[in-house]
Ligand binder design. Structure first.
Ligand code: PMP
Length: 292
């Protein structure tokens, strides 16, 4: 356990110089039955897969990291939290191959409200199609949550902020819709829910997988498909998913109103189901919660 002010790293850490780390973003919810981390094991499994993708040796199992997270929450006494595990290369060479460098594993927890604002969650956010493309799967590993890759997300997010938009939608090299700067994207067209497949170069979001499963269980058709840019403008509904953003409606894209301009029924259904799941109100998915 390290106090907030003492949680520092050396400035010549390899990860600070080159982004050679992998990380996770996880949430713990203050449920009626106590603090519970949502899909903790899945997040730690993805952390392991991200580390493996970049050959970063991780000496802890997903189970050990999950237990450490629960202990951290018990120690901090946080009822709800955003949790940030990070595995990264520290001191050693500043050459590009960090194989001989020390590897650090840290988990941070802190209070964190809505990512795109209460107003965004309730009424929808605006978005623009970024002029920056999502880095291609031929150039890095989009399914791994690697620190350096987020410079790509930063370009898109800052471009959106400068233009007064809530977030960015990134296309891939083929011009097909990939994802938001830190969220996955869904759209509703003629009653069917579409989301880009992993081959579009997305991070396979845990919220995305959760929403797909919950909507399907509720009888909604969800398909992974190639989504051309134009489909965004004629969709009945668009929403984004992520641990930080949860389920956030998109009400306007590039200045064009999405559907009626209000969050639509499928978006509301996804929000309600997600909210129920993270708060332990879905009996069939109690196993998604790890109580402290
Ligand atoms: N795409 C990107 C680029 C992200 O950074 C995130 C956030 N981790 C997501 C999608 C959503 O993933 P998750 O639902 O697992 O948080």
């Amino acid at each position: 356990m390290v106090a907030w002010d003492d949680a520092t790293v050396h400035f010549l850490s390899h990860a600070l110089q080159y982004g050679t780390g992998v990380f996770e973003g996880i949430r713990a919810y203050d449920t009626p039955e106590g603090t519970a981390v949502f899909r903790l094991n899945e997040h730690m499994m993805r952390l392991g897969a991200s580390a493996a993708a970049y050959s970063i040796p991780l000496k802890w199992t997903a189970a050990e990291l999950s237990e450490a997270t629960l202990e951290l929450l018990r120690t901090t006494g946080l009822d709800s939290a955003y949790i940030r595990p990070q595995v990264f290369y520290g001191l050693g060479t500043l050459g590009l191959d960090p194989t001989e460098n020390e590897v650090h594993t840290m988990i941070g927890a802190f209070s964190f409200g809505t990512y795109l604002g209460e107003e965004g969650v309730n009424n929808g956010v605006t978005a623009m199609v970024s002029s920056w493309r999502r880095i291609s799967h031929t150039s890095f590993v989009p399914t791994a949550k690697g620190s350096g890759g987020y410079l790509n997300s930063l370009l898109a997010k800052q471009e959106a902020s400068r233009g007064g938009f809530g977030d960015a939608i990134m296309l891939n090299d083929e011009g097909l819709v990939a994802e938001g700067s830190g969220m996955n994207l869904f759209l509703v067209s003629r009653g069917v829910v579409h989301t880009p497949g992993v081959s579009a170069g997305i991070l396979e979001g845990i919220t995305r997988n959760t929403v797909i499963e919950l909507l399907r269980e509720d009888g909604i058709d969800v398909v992974e498909s190639n989504i051309p840019r134009g489909s965004l403008y004629v969709a009945e509904e668009v929403f984004m998913t992520g641990t930080a953003a949860e389920v956030t409606p998109v009400c306007q894209i590039d200045g064009r109103t999405v559907g009626s301009g209000e969050p639509g029924p499928v978006t509301r259904q996804a929000q309600d189901l997600y909210h129920a799941a993270v708060n332990g109100k879905l009996d069939s998915h109690r196993d998604w919660l790890s109580f402290t």
